[in-house]
Design a binder for this molecule. Structure first.
Ligand SMILES: [Zn+2]
Length: 233
């Protein structure tokens, strides 16, 4: 039997990262989950969710504070009280319009590349072969640092910047949110532990782009009832 690859998992505590952690547990050996606190509005909620998910899967969890990253931007994603867009469902696929507007307002300079490189440093130091990230095709269309092209480019760079050629792995980069939710249901991923809202309130706001995408995907995949039952536990 071939030995499973040891990996570090980037865990924001959201849907995509939770499903990727689950898949990493199935297909590899996750040695560490990393969550970044860069002052995002939902930081506290995301860290709680990531902690619960790491515990559920029995993987060590570590939070890395990136205060300097927060100070580099004035985007509403890190400024509590600033306006975040509340798109209608039919605007979500308007890549030139509403989706791009949200992308601009939640953009943090070089965020995913910074995250991947920090995780790759941990991976190399811990004798791991890979870094697992939670991308999806839906957001890959508007966020260039969520795209498959970026995934390939990050892999190309890590071949040179790490001695052992740490790889970036994503199990969902070709999937839309609906497919990711279906996969979560099939695999029994505890989505009740996930935090999917850009805001950091007591409950998800149900109006930000991330909430609207999550709820649309639940409905389109006929998984509302399953999710509701999960949340009652
Ligand atoms: Zn929300």
């Amino acid at each position: 039997m071939t030995e499973k690859h040891r990996v570090v998992v980037l865990l924001s505590g959201g849907l995509d990262s939770a499903v990727n952690l689950h898949m990493a547990k199935e297909k590899a050996s996750p040695m560490l989950c990393l969550t970044f606190d860069y002052g995002q509005r939902a930081a506290r909620r995301e860290i709680e969710a990531a902690r619960r998910l790491s515990k559920h899967y029995g993987v060590k969890h570590r939070v890395i504070k990136l205060d300097w990253l927060k100070r580099l931007t004035s985007a509403p994603i890190v400024r509590r009280g600033a306006r975040l867009p509340h798109p209608e469902e039919d605007e979500l696929d308007d890549i030139e319009g509403a989706a791009r507007e949200t992308a601009r307002l939640v953009w943090v300079p070089n965020r995913n590349a910074v995250f991947i490189n920090i995780a790759a440093a941990f991976a190399e130091a811990m004798d791991c072969d890979g870094v697992v990230v939670g991308f999806n095709a839906e957001e890959g269309a508007t966020f260039p640092d969520n795209s498959r092209e970026f995934l390939k480019a990050a892999n190309d760079a890590l071949r040179y910047s790490t001695l052992k050629g740490v790889k970036v792995i994503c199990y969902t980069s070709r999937m839309k949110k609906t497919g990711i939710i279906r996969l979560a249901k099939r695999q029994g991923v505890p989505l009740n532990l996930v935090w999917y809202c850009y805001e950091g309130g007591r409950v998800p706001c149900r109006r930000c782009e991330s909430c609207v995408r999550f709820e649309r995907a639940l409905r389109q995949s006929n998984c509302w009832n399953w999710y509701r039952e999960l949340c009652k536990r």
